[in-house]
Design a protein. Sequence first.
Length: 321
Amino acid sequence: MTTIARTGSRLLGRGSGGPDRAFRIGSRAAALSVVVLLLALMALLVSSGSQALAQFGIVGFVTGITWDPVRDVYGALPYIIGTLASAAIAMIIATPIALLTAIYLAELAPRRVAVALTFTVELIAAIPSVVIGLWGVFVLTPFLRDTVETWLVSAFGGWLPIFGGPARGVSLFAAGVILAIMILPTIVSISREVIASVPDGQREAMFALGATRWEMVTKAVLPYARSGIIGAVILGLGRALGETMAVTMVIGNGSKIPSSVFDQAQTISSQIATTFSEAQAGIQTSSLIALGLVLLAVTLVLNAAARVLVARTAGSGGSAR
């Protein structure tokens, strides 16, 4: 390093030491505040739900199947299953559609078409959930009852219990479809950005080897973008687990464990939303807050597992280097 470069480096270090230190401290404080907020939220839920957890036990509360305010007996299992089942239906429907849409927008669509479709997809995310719920009640559920659900019951209901009838329209299946529509913009937008950020050299190398466009996408682009796509799916899953209003309006608010996707059910968030305002202070309110704690725990566990999957995918060559 020359004398001029060393002198400039020292002057720059002296002049920027204060702002750099302030930036480092501020960033660290912001990061810690997120952790503190999460721990405070968990502590509040544990404290407020401790009465229910102490009376029924953690295992008894989580595995209980009865929610009876008259007898003050509360179990969370039907709502846990409803939450996981509706989210699973949504992911099964939304993931392939979102991935194919993202591939089309990033790789195949003309620029004008891609811009218009991207704006349209992202616009869905701006629609309030209660509006989507109203559309689900008056348009989607009658359509599903008369077409898709009726066909599934007649085709598979006789030998697959999960498709057992009758077709009701307002059901767990309708909630899954609504959730799929609501998480599509998240998965599509992030996946499109990840796919578009794949270096052009990956594509050019495949074309130079004589690959078709399909082979280029499947063997060069998607493996490179795999970890980012999984991250997009994780964010969609988090949205599906916590959605409340639209699900409440179409799921039917049943209090039993669903044996079919066409049964009426209830998720944790919809149960809290529909009963908290009328809950009696004491064990009932504590049980509802304990339900919120269970939902937080389920979300954290699933996100942690997904993060591990992303790390393993990236570590095993999910993203090219």
